[in-house]
Design a protein around this ligand. Structure first.
Ligand code: C5P
Length: 215
């Protein structure tokens, strides 16, 4: 099967030298891409800027902004049978990027932000993707409620949810503890594991969901 995986943060420029971003390391997405490759699948990895080296043997599409990630996914998702959206996409970008470096002058500086496109939310409704759709949910409260809401609104087959209020898991570390929410209403809680172990478990669960002829 062909997997499309998004990974890492996006970078939203403020001026030629500054940007807005987040703490995503890309480790979970890269681990998923590696696990899919190791299981014999074809992989396209669309990645924001991270300090990791792209695994050999996949199609690597580096991007910076959410809009670039959106465009990269829009043009490639139709080749995939499975799309896993693991990237921590910035919800907002700066409304107008300064052409020159912003100088320090007034005591206060206001940046106006506008919403970025929701890539996962566009998969079914805009791109018309009919394959297996997997999203991630990073929540600080009411994990199950938010994950189930995302599952239904974005028409996913699976939401992988983690509690980002915990310092020992998720953002910028090698471990995670995730709960899986499936479209049929079932929930599975995986134990505290390395991101590589979680990735292998997830690829197994996802392949099991795929129709036989697509495997
Ligand atoms: O940020 P949030 O927790 O809502 O992200 C949920 C899911 O949506 C993740 O899988 C993320 O990769 C995806 N997402 C996206 N485009 C956005 C925001 C989030 O694909 N603009």
């Amino acid at each position: 099967m062909h997997f499309l995986v998004t990974a890492g943060p996006t970078r939203e420029p403020i001026d030629p030298v500054r940007f807005l971003s987040n703490r995503s390391s890309g480790k979970m997405g890269y681990a998923l891409a590696e696990a899919a490759l190791a299981a014999g699948h074809t992989v396209t990895l669309v990645s924001g800027p991270v300090a990791l080296t792209a695994p050999e043997g996949l199609t690597f599409v580096p991007v910076e902004t959410a809009q670039e990630m959106y465009d990269a996914v829009a043009t490639r998702i139709h080749d995939a049978g499975v799309a896993i959206f693991c990237a921590a996409v910035a919800d907002y970008r700066v409304a107008s990027i300064a052409e020159e470096k912003i100088k320090k002058s007034a005591d206060e500086l206001t940046l106006r932000l506008v919403q970025n496109p929701d890539i996962l939310g566009s998969a079914r409704s805009v791109f018309g993707f009919g394959g297996l759709l997997v999203g991630f949910a990073a929540e600080t409260n009411d994990l199950a409620r938010h994950a189930l809401d995302k599952l239904r609104r974005k028409k996913c087959d699976l939401i992988v949810a983690n509690d980002v209020s915990r310092r020992d898991i998720a953002f910028d570390c090698d471990f995670n503890e995730v709960s899986l929410f499936f479209a049929d209403g079932t929930r599975e809680d995986l134990p505290f594991l390395t991101k590589h172990e979680i990735a292998a478990a997830l690829i197994g669960r996802i392949v099991a969901l795929a129709p036989q002829e697509r495997q």
